[in-house]
Design a protein around this ligand. Structure first.
Ligand code: CU
Length: 336
């Protein structure tokens, strides 16, 4: 390639790089580098200095390589560069210096790992069992009688101790603004702590390839003020009301006839276990691994053919008529 051509490639690459850097703004909902809780902040406080050290090492090493290549290059065909062998001082230097740098980095890293792995304890800790399923999340609040899906509701400013396990394959729980990621493994219990500084909604995602709809296995962490959280627990611990009349009543009957009840729990009405607990479905803003916003239109599309909307979904197409779907949705809307 001609020199001018090469330069153009160089400039274009540099410009594209700068452009991409500009994408790293505060609006990214899954940005590890923008922590919004103490656990994520500890990780960020490790990432930042390690990145600086790595950056300095990179610049230094690449600079020396470039300098040596230019300064000591062969200048004409009949002149060979001076040949040098062995330099004890240099060799000791480039062995000891990296070892020291790695020592500092590893002390900081091991310290942080021990710190974030310490099990949260105390009266204000909220315990939640997280169960990974293909391709949605189940959240159980032991002692509080609450089970929900895809939205982890927590009180802001309080540590939440998660116990992670999986029903099927390995998943990974990852709410980047609140904590790191941790594998969710069948037959094993893993523990992590999450905490949000402020009330708000935080995005997360399964971070371990777990099959066809892995990309649609999202999650939300919803942090409330302390009062709102207690209110949320009260609402979600109550059994569902069962409508007997009208469209909703017919929908409740269809819920049994069509087999929904054999896969879904509605506290006080059915006890299926394969799918998400629907007792307080309407308390959630998203469904099916946070892949869809919860509204009438999306529920209708979902009930027509789940695997069409979410490839591989373990909820089958139940060949429902539009009329049946309308009644089922009328019933689902009573699950407040
Ligand atoms: Cu996954």
């Amino acid at each position: 390639m001609a020199r001018a051509g090469r330069l153009r490639v160089l400039w274009t690459t540099a410009a594209a790089g700068l452009l991409l850097v500009a994408c790293g703004n505060q609006e990214l909902p899954q940005n590890t580098l923008d922590p919004e809780g103490p656990v994520a902040r500890k990780l960020d406080n490790l990432i930042d200095p390690v990145f600086v050290v790595a950056g300095l090492v990179f610049v230094l090493v690449q600079g020396l390589v470039l300098y040596s290549a230019l300064r000591f290059r062969r200048r004409s065909d009949d002149e060979a560069p001076r040949q040098v062998h062995g330099n004890a001082k240099l060799e000791l230097g480039w062995t000891v210096a990296p070892a020291l740098i790695l020592l500092v980095v590893s002390v900081a890293t091991v310290g942080t790992i021990a710190d974030i792995n310490r099990r949260a304890e105390g009266a204000d800790v909220v315990n939640v069992n997280v169960i990974g399923h293909q391709w949605w999340w189940e959240f159980e609040y032991p002692g509080r009688g609450v089970v929900t899906a895809n939205e982890l509701h927590i009180p802001a400013g309080r540590p939440v101790a998660l116990k992670l396990t999986s029903e099927d394959v390995i998943h990974s729980f990852w709410p980047p603004k609140l904590a790191g990621k941790l594998d969710v493994i069948p037959g094993r219990e893993n523990f992590m702590t999450v905490e949000a500084d402020e009330p708000g909604t935080y995005f997360g995602q399964c971070a371990e390839f777990c099959g066809l709809s892995h990309a649609d296995m999202g999650l939300r962490v919803v942090a409330h003020t302390s009062g709102d959280f207690d209110e949320w627990v009260r609402t979600n611990a109550a059994p569902a009301e069962r409508p007997n009349e009208g469209e909703a009543g017919e929908g409740a009957a269809l819920f049994r006839q069509k087999g929904c009840a054999s896969c879904h729990t509605v506290n006080g009405y059915s006890a299926g276990e394969l799918g998400p607990d629907l007792t307080h479905l309407q308390q959630r803003k998203v469904f099916a691994g946070a892949a869809f916003e919860l509204n009438e239109q999306n529920l209708r599309v979902w009930l027509r053919d789940p695997p069409e909307e979410k490839p591989g979904s373990l909820m089958p197409n139940l060949e429902l008529s539009e009329d049946e779907i309308t009644k089922l949705i009328a019933y689902l809307e009573t699950l407040k």
